[in-house]
Write a protein that binds this ligand. Sequence first.
Ligand SMILES: [Zn+2]
Length: 92
Amino acid sequence: MRSDPQDGVRPRWPRPDVEFGHRLCRAYETYLMLHRNPQLSFEWAWNLLQCISYNDELYLAHCSHCTAFYVQDAYALDKGICPVCEIASGLH
Ligand SMILES: [Zn+2]
């Protein structure tokens, strides 16, 4: 996926194909290698990708402190900072 200047997410493969599936599997395997106790199943990762790609209830927001992207609920108050910066600043 690719983000646009308005923080909207656009799929790089409008019609998922074998390459799309292969890249998703590699991304999930990388996630598993980076987390000792992974909380996200492959099915949830797939659903999360689909939800973010719709730019509807969930979207990728841009942190004003560290410039990282984070998943934001469109119906929740967005403070403009990612959860890591929020915890580090003591604002939560
Ligand atoms: Zn941040």
